[in-house]
Structure formats: structure tokens, C-alpha cells
Ligand binder design. Sequence first.
Ligand code: ASP
Length: 342
Amino acid sequence: MNQNKPIILLIYTGGTIGMIKNPVTASLEAFNFDHLLKNIPELKILDCEIQTISFNEPIDSSNMHPKYWVQMVEIIEQYYQNYDGFVILHGSDTMSYSASALSFMLENLQKPVIFTGSQLPIGDLRTDAKENLITSIQMASLRNGKDPMIKEVGLYFEYKLYRGNRTTKINADHFEAFESLNYPMLAESGVHLKVNKEYLFQPENKDLVVHKNFNTNVAIIKLFPGISEYSLSCFLNNPSIKGIILETYGAGNATTESWFVDLLVKAINSGVHMINVTQCSGGSVAMGQYATSETLRKIGLISGFDITTEAAITKLMFLLGKNFDSKEFKTNFETSLRGEMS
Ligand code: ASP
């Protein structure tokens, strides 16, 4: 670690922040990362040293896949000792999924990994990219004595730093594109950077452990009034599905119709891990609070408490990659591993 200025590694994966309009098709396409840096000469006056690395082929984050999460953590793993912090430039569309996935993959993380991106390309006159990028780098450079101040995966957007695995993209147009409804922001950028130290994750002081296995034989099912036995059984009777995030109503409630309960029991008995997550943007599952969720508790659904769907699906793929038996799986899912649940 540099004793004077922090050294930050900027990892460019793609997204609007580094895109440019194709003059022929008028659609946004990724462009060379060097252009991105040329567009922000301000980076040179920051009180840290910045080095960069880019995906060979930057992607729109709608093409995100666990193989790219592995690519990101392998960069962090390779350069972990050489840098004080990491800033990942990423499309906003799936940023909350990636931030959640990386939080699970990087156990005992002792350095900041900050995701950021933008709603408008860096070259646009009214771009939000500059502020997001510059302040993310400043957040990643913050220190507590000799130690990095932030020791977790964060997501910085429009003046706010959130815990990454607590975020959801809530707006496709506004600069304020993310929310963290169940956990307070970690820091805010105003005239000064205000860090809410009491909310920062405190990892155990152990060596970094990197996890790279995901099992993608999973599904997210959102309940709606009128959901049919036929459509639900397509998922629940499918032997390749190993885990399901069931997005239920309110505090974890679902229909008590017998065909529905029978389908769930059959799937759970055949070894499918089924997680109860609320489809509300904020608040928590509390199975048993209503009669309409008591059945779900009795038949063995796992509670996602106040986890986001993004964190739930990545946690599901991550834990399935560990081949736990069903009891271990349930205990691990219902335990907050990286501050993703209250
Ligand atoms: N489609 C873009 C992406 O997620 C949007 C963005 O960068 O914000 O890659």
C-alpha cells in the first residue's frame, strides 16, 4: 500500500458511461476506454493515483452473466495487494445484481469496491458520469488512519453511496436511478463527503476468500392475482430448476388455494430451495403474521426477510454453488452474510 496517496484501480466493464452514439443507427455503442479518460481531465487533479483496466470487449450490462462476475473478481483478486480500492464502471441496468454478486464472492473484503455508472454518456453536455466517477474514486480513497474506510461492495450514484447488495434500480430516466429502501445510505456527497460510519460493514479481520461458483438453474416467480396452475407448474415441475425466488405479496403472503400449496410442497419435497421474498420495494417478509403466509412457513419456505430480489437471486445462485444440504442451505440463506439482510 502506498503510504502517501491511495492507489485506485478503475475497472471498465461497459455501460452508458463509456458509450457513444453510432451516427448511422443512432443507438449507443461502447467505445474505447482511453476516450473515457480523455473526457475527464479532472481525474488528474484528484488526490490519488488512478490506474485502469478494461474488459477486452466492454458490454452493455443487459448482457451481464456470472462469467463476467468471475472476470471482475479475478481482476480484484490479482491486484488486491497492489491497490487501496477498486471502482467498477458498469451499466446501471444490472448494476445491483453485479454489486450483490460481488459482495457474496468477496468474503472478508478489507478494501472498497465501488460500482458506478451513469444515465447519460460521458461526452454528453448534461452527463451525470463525471460526478459519479469522480466521487466514487474519492469514496474509494477515503481512509481511517492507514486503513481504507470502506470495506465492502458499494454502489455510488447521484450523490449517494449505498451498500451494493441493498440497492435496486428504480428509475430508467432520472439521474437518481437507485434506491436502498431497507438500509440507510453509507455516505452522501454534498459540500463535504459525509460518511455514516455506523452503517459501514465491519468484516472479520481475515484474509480475502474469493468464491467463483454459481449455479444458474434458478428462477424468479412473481405472484399475481390469476396466476395459473399450468404456468406455475412449468417451473415447479421442471427437474432442472434447483432454486426459486418466490416474490409474494406484502409481508410474504400468497394465495391459500390448494393447487398452489400442493405444487409448492411437491417442489420442496423434491429438493427445490424456495425463498419467500416480498414484491414490495421496501419492508420485510414475516411468515406467520397472516394466515396467508403461515402455510408457506409450515411447508418449508425459506424467509428472505428484507432482502432485495437482486440480492436474493445472486445469493441463491451463490449458495447453490456450494452444494449444501437443505438444512445448511436454509441456515445460510436466512443468515446475513454481507449485510444484505437486517
Ligand atoms: N443499458 C445500459 C447498461 O446497463 C444502461 C446504463 O449503462 O445505464 O449497460
